[in-house]
Design a protein around this ligand. Structure first.
Ligand code: ATP
Ligand code: MG
Length: 437
């Protein structure tokens, strides 16, 4: 949308009240304003409030530099290199305060001087390596944001909403539209493609046609993103209560192939693996909705299980545990090249996997001990999950459920009985799928 298309929506014409803004964010705006700076509330909190959704956190935009913000708030910290912002703690709240950036190539209205410096901070492919040139206007700040619905500002002083990019209209149409030229904006920062999938999943919006087309053309650019950022974004996609929808969006746009290619291949080739992963994500969503703990360890145990299961189901296996460990090591080693899974999580995921054969075939000596294993609970949940997605495990999930609740005498009888009955379990119901598409 060209310059000058600013839409101001007076307080009397919208339903947003200052009270929906957190006390911390209001205090930050008040302090910055009293110090002579411009400060407005913007981003997901405005978008979600206007949609009647629960707000996660508050973002403030200001023309004060990070150092100037830092000087005003005792409990504040400058973070980020590529994109420096300030984290301000007020009470138990954390508010992100972001400085207006000067315009860049994506914004033809930016002054030539700003465009010049900006170009120097992007690499030859157009990927923005740094975006820390401050001194921009509010409108320039709007133009550098990702989606129109994320660039609606709330001016607490006047009570007005300020919309430079048609965000209000797109909210009404439930359309997710990149600001500016979507091809250029996705190239500048390919993570925006994952954000598109995330907002599509979270809000149930449609991608604007031009945004969808650029996403389809640009998805390979995710290969240029540092694995640590992909890990962070994957956590946001899958641990914030709409994991199943996010998984569907990732598959729809062929983005899972860019993140975890082995998992993408395994779920595409094997319906059972797809069902397993969906069930894991449904369970994750339920846990988030009911305020139960979710851990990246369990999430990655589930995400990487399909390629592991495909590997260990191949014939010519040695002892089960050894084959499992080897497959686990291989799958993790490949995955971390794309998504930087911290070692503490991958180690815990391995423990969950390695407990599976032991839970499938417990014996007299170890059944009781397994209950004490620090990963027992997660491994037991994982076993139930495999059964829930129709893997035939001889009813061992139910067996462990009973075993945990049983008295010592009953437990002994249960183990004895188990060993008396011949093994009838099969690892997988159907023929193993090839590991590649
Ligand atoms: P939520 O907090 O629900 O995840 P959000 O839209 O607030 O959603 P944040 O990551 O908190 O997302 O970012 C705050 C705002 O900063 C966004 O609304 C958007 O305007 C801008 N933003 C964040 N990441 C990017 C990006 N990669 N490129 C451009 N603008 C971005
Ligand atoms: Mg936010």
């Amino acid at each position: 949308m060209p310059t000058g298309a600013l839409r101001r929506i007076k307080a009397s014409r919208h339903q947003l009240l200052p009270a929906v803004i957190s006390p911390g964010a209001r205090e930050i705006v008040a302090t910055l304003t009293a110090a002579g700076y411009q400060a407005l509330v913007v981003g997901g909190c405005i978008r979600d409030t206007l949609l009647g959704q629960q707000v996660k956190d508050f973002d403030v935009a200001t023309n004060a530099t990070p150092e100037q913000v830092r000087a005003l708030f005792r409990r504040s910290r400058i973070i980020g290199r590529r994109f420096r912002i300030v984290h301000v703690h007020i009470g138990r709240e954390l508010v992100e305060v972001t400085t207006f950036r000067a315009g860049h190539d994506g914004n033809p209205d930016a002054p030539a001087s700003a465009r010049h410096t900006e170009r120097k901070r992007a690499d030859h492919r157009g990927i923005l390596l740094r975006d820390n040139v401050f001194g921009g206007t509010l409108e320039e700040d709007a133009q550098r944001r990702d989606f129109t619905i994320n660039a609606i500002y709330y001016d607490l002083a006047s009570g007005e909403l300020l919309d430079f990019v048609g965000g209000m209209e797109d909210l009404g149409q439930r359309s997710l539209r990149v600001i500016g030229d979507p091809g250029t904006r996705f190239r500048e920062d390919p993570v925006r493609m994952l954000r598109a999938a995330r907002f599509q999943a979270k809000l149930g919006f449609e991608l604007h046609p031009a945004t969808a087309e650029s996403l389809a053309q640009g998805r390979a650019l995710l290969g240029e993103v540092p694995p640590a950022r992909l890990f962070d974004e994957l956590i946001k996609l899958l641990m914030t209560g709409h994991a199943l929808a996010a998984y569907e969006a990732l598959r729809q746009h062929h983005l899972l192939e860019q993140l975890l290619p082995d998992t993408a291949a395994a779920v595409a080739a094997d319906e059972c693996a797809d069902r397993f992963l969906r069930q894991a994500l449904i369970n994750t969503d339920t846990r988030v909705a009911t305020q139960q703990r979710v851990t990246p360890a369990f999430l990655f145990a589930a995400l990487l299980w399909p390629p592991i299961a495909a590997t260990i189901a191949r014939p010519a296996r040695a002892t089960e545990t050894a084959v499992l460990s080897e497959a686990a090591a291989e799958v993790i080693a490949k995955a971390v090249r794309r998504v930087a899974i911290p070692r503490r999580f991958s180690t815990a995921a391995r423990e969950i996997w390695e407990l599976q054969p032991r839970l499938e075939a417990p014996n007299r000596g170890t059944a009781e001990q397994l209950l004490e294993h620090p990963r027992f609970r997660a491994a037991y949940d994982f076993l139930l999950l495999r059964e829930q997605s129709d893997e035939e495990l001889g009813g061992m999930g139910a067996w462990w459920t009973r075993f945990q609740a049983a008295s010592a005498a009953t437990r002994e009888a249960m183990v004895a009985e188990l060993q008396a009955t011949p093994k009838r379990r099969r690892r997988r119901r159907r023929a193993p799928a090839p590991a590649v598409e």
